[in-house]
Design a protein around this ligand. Structure first.
Ligand SMILES: Cc1cc2nc3c(=O)[nH]c(=O)nc-3n(C[C@H](O)[C@H](O)[C@H](O)COP(=O)(O)O)c2cc1C
Ligand code: SF4
Ligand code: SF4
Length: 282
């Protein structure tokens, strides 16, 4: 028998996508929101009539962790399937990549929207546009998009523009190729109080506590959760020279985290929220 619980799967480092998933779930009701950190075989959507995917955009597409999760997830191919991305500016190939994965399962992406959000890559830049202005605008947009999903709206999703298609192969694959090892640049200062928050918010379970200190396992998504939620700002960043030599571009040279740089996380989302893998919203 069909349970008809709606399921929304999210990936989130700094909370924008978890916030989006939460708002949509509140509007829909009877919805479970599930972190893509879960084992996909344990969180199947084979019996859901509404299935959603909510995620950030990394390097103009969806990251490998999201792609692997969706590939392995069982879904009801007749369900109403929607996606909400939370890019700062460039959505790129995100929806095309997702639709391809769904297509392989005999399913179709029926509605997909970008909800522009604060850019969070604090090891390269401070948060922008100003969270004070952008967060309320994002909240308003989220409500509109949620109501469209509630009505089971359909659309022709946004595709990558011609300029993105032209530049992408020259620029982005090299960054994606080293993403898992980007954590070689993280180091932990003496301010660390061994609270373990960084390891619990990591959506990749890429941080383990060894001798009461975080250790990075080099399967990183570069999501910024650990840096942004550390209560002591104890996680610093500076790429070691051997990493820099691999790709010596301006972008890579910019990868540093000055002490004064603002960290960002969505103001509606706490570290505790990100530690919960599954949550049912009535
Ligand atoms: C490694 C990395 C790469 C990113 N690449 C893009 C991008 O290509 N286009 C874009 O618009 N935003 C990009 N962003 C910004 C995030 O997509 C955006 O801040 C998102 O809302 C973060 O979601 P979260 O808070 O749920 O983690 C990038 C962020 C990170 C950490
Ligand atoms: S969150 Fe910060 S203070 Fe807590 S264990 Fe991690 S690095 Fe240390
Ligand atoms: S180690 Fe930090 S940046 Fe990398 S995936 Fe985990 S929380 Fe994100």
């Amino acid at each position: 028998m069909r349970s008809n619980i709606n399921r929304i799967y999210y990936f989130s480092g700094t909370g924008n996508s978890l916030r989006a998933a939460t708002v949509i779930a509140q509007v829909l009701g009877n919805t479970e929101i599930i972190s893509m950190r879960c084992d996909p075989s344990e969180v199947s959507a084979a019996d859901s009539d509404i299935i959603g995917f909510v995620f950030p955009v990394y390097h103009w597409t969806i990251c490998e962790a999201i792609q692997d999760f969706i590939s392995a997830l069982k879904i009801n191919s007749d369900a109403y399937i929607f996606a909400v991305s939370t890019p700062a500016f460039i959505n790129g190939f995100s929806f095309e990549t997702l639709n391809k994965l769904l297509d392989e399962k005999g399913a179709k992406l029926q509605y997909a929207k970008r909800v522009f959000s604060v850019a969070n890559l604090c090891i390269v830049y401070p948060p922008f546009p100003s969270p004070r202005l952008r967060v309320p605008a994002t909240e308003r947009k989220l409500i509109k998009v949620s109501r469209m999903i509630q009505k089971r709206a359909t659309n022709a999703y946004a595709k990558a523009g011609w300029l993105t298609r032209l530049i992408y192969p020259k620029m982005m694959p090299k960054y994606r190729a080293i993403q898992a090892e980007v954590d070689k640049g993280f180091f932990v200062s003496d301010n660390c109080i061994s609270c373990g928050v960084c390891s619990k918010v990591c959506p990749k379970t890429n941080i383990t506590m060894k001798n009461s200190r975080p250790t990075f396992l080099h399967d990183c998504s570069c999501c910024m959760a650990c840096v942004s939620f550390c209560p002591k700002k104890a996680i610093k960043y500076g790429l070691p020279p051997e990493q820099l030599q691999k790709i010596n571009t301006l972008f890579m040279r910019m990868m540093r985290l000055p002490d004064k740089r603002k960290r960002y996380h969505n103001p509606h989302i706490s570290a505790n929220d990100l530690m919960i893998d599954r949550k049912y919203i009535h």
